[in-house]
Design a protein around this ligand. Structure first.
Ligand code: SF4
Ligand code: SF4
Length: 203
């Protein structure tokens, strides 16, 4: 009885060992899904799946200017109060244009006393004057990105930020966008850079 029990225990132990080795072997050959930070960092192509702090997206024809139309949706929807947008001041009134304007009766729809048309109103600038993000408060919830009606916000790929001061995490996103646009313009190939060298032409 004693020997049979010992054999049964040995078989059970062997079975358990084999199950454990099978799991270890499977995990050993499976592709890595995490990185051993700080020895390794996430490759650029995979950064899109991470959430860095939010950043502004530039307009197609002017990458240094955000698509933002200052609707303030992101600021209102943010549960942590991280976003502070400064609107552009209203356009200044031109006294010369005002003097040339027809009487108020024209504007109110009554018969004009003069054939002069009212001066065209200056359109208010929709681009914000300032766009500040306090990343210390941000929970990366993404509500601001979802709320933006013109896709002017996205998550950046800055995922390795570290500093001793909280001030370092208050970002001027307008300045950041300008710097990014200047960097991209400097890196873009110019006609001179794109021209093949003399030796290459002859080959
Ligand atoms: S991701 Fe969330 S917490 Fe962060 S700024 Fe946007 S709305 Fe606020
Ligand atoms: S929601 Fe979009 S368009 Fe509106 S203020 Fe924010 S970034 Fe600008």
């Amino acid at each position: 009885m004693g020997v049979v029990h010992e054999i049964k225990e040995a078989v059970r132990g062997m079975k358990s060992l084999l199950v454990g080795l099978k799991i270890t072997g499977r995990e050993f050959v499976r592709p890595e899904v995490t990185v051993h930070y700080p020895r390794k960092v996430v490759e650029n192509e995979h950064l899109v799946t991470f959430r860095g702090h939010i950043e502004l997206v530039g307009a197609k024809n002017d990458p240094a200017t955000p698509r933002c139309i200052t609707c303030l949706m992101c600021q209102s929807v943010c549960p942590s109060g991280c976003i502070k947008i400064v609107k552009q001041p209203p356009p200044k009134k031109d006294p010369a244009k005002e003097a040339a304007a027809p009487p108020k009766a024209y504007a109110s729809g009554l018969e004009p006393k003069t054939s002069a048309k009212p001066p065209a109103k200056e359109k208010p600038v929709k681009t914000p004057k300032g766009f500040i993000l306090d990343y210390n408060l941000c929970s990366l919830c993404g509500l601001c990105v979802q709320a933006c009606p013109v896709d002017s916000l996205r998550f950046s790929t800055d995922i390795y930020l570290a500093d001793y001061s909280k001030k370092s995490f208050v970002f001027d996103l307008m300045a950041r966008l300008k710097a990014q646009a200047a960097e991209a313009a400097a890196a873009a190939p110019t006609p001179e850079k794109a021209q093949p060298e003399k030796g290459q032409e002859e080959e």
